[in-house]
Design a protein around this ligand. Structure first.
Ligand SMILES: C[S@@+](CC[C@H](N)C(=O)[O-])C[C@H]1O[C@@H](n2cnc3c(N)ncnc32)[C@H](O)[C@@H]1O
Length: 239
């Protein structure tokens, strides 16, 4: 399987959240998750643990794993109290965690890094097993329409068309300190995402297409480019 390989430089850069994470994704995600006090939360593809640190501070009991050893090392470096459990694993393989044991599972900007639909389906199947009855999954990802939209930070080659599932494209991630990191990711259509989730038996209860509000754009004019176009999608699905 081709996975986006995390270089030392990208891991270091990911420690600084970008505009999107800070001002668009965070409010939408916290709104979707709701009260997390004493909830058992698993993040698949947790990266450096950015979301789990926030959720842990809000009283959740957090576990995270990632396919990248470098990302988990980075997460552990900020986990001195060992309040969050981290380990290295591939979410599309059998994971040594108890079935029916999590209230919430989070997959935030992970699917776009996976180049095979069969692997994506395996991750969702595993998610369904690990969730408690009435537990829910939250998937945040690049919006399937984003490569169509001429965003300044999404680069596609001319051979791209919407129905080419798995087609690679580039994302340019811009940070408030002016630094920029580039990633190669993979395009998935609406039917790829939605059907892979519902085929597991999970029921989609909400879809958000978060954009920055007027106040946020006034404060951070860089975000104007995505005020009226969809760059992100968030899907909540219940067991
Ligand atoms: C863009 S980062 C997002 C990290 C984190 N979710 C966040 O939002 O801060 C995507 C992460 O997914 C991980 N990843 C990709 N494929 C994976 C897989 N099959 N299993 C587990 N982690 C995976 C990558 O190594 C990377 O750390």
């Amino acid at each position: 399987m081709k996975v986006h390989k995390w270089s030392e430089e990208q891991v270091k850069s990911a420690k600084k959240p970008n505009y999107s994470k800070l001002y668009v994704i965070a409010p939408a995600l916290m709104n979707l998750i709701g009260d997390v006090k004493n909830k058992k939360i698993l993040e698949i593809g947790c990266g450096d643990g950015y979301w789990l640190r926030i959720l842990n501070k809000k009283g959740a009991r957090c576990t995270g794993f990632d396919i990248s050893k470098k990302q988990i090392k980075s997460a552990e470096s900020e986990n001195k109290e060992k309040e969050i459990k981290y380990f290295v694993a591939d979410g599309s393989e059998e994971i040594n965690l108890e079935n029916n044991s999590f209230d919430v599972i989070l997959l935030e900007h992970v699917i776009l890094e996976i180049s095979e639909l069969s692997k994506i389906k395996k991750i969702f199947k595993q998610t369904q097993k690990l969730l408690k009855e009435n537990g829910f999954l939250i998937v945040g990802d690049i919006h399937p329409f984003a490569p169509e939209t001429n965003f300044p930070n999404v680069e596609v080659e001319k051979e791209y068309n919407y129905f080419k599932s798995g087609f690679p494209f580039k994302i340019v991630s811009k940070k408030p300190d002016g630094s920029v990191t580039r990633y190669t990711d993979f395009h998935w259509t609406v039917q790829d995402l939605i059907n892979s989730i519902t085929e597991t038996g999970l029921k989609i209860t909400k879809i958000l297409e978060p954009t920055p509000n007027k106040k946020t754009v006034e404060k951070y004019p860089y975000l104007k480019y995505r005020e009226n176009k969809p760059l992100a999608i968030m899907i909540k699905a219940q067991k």
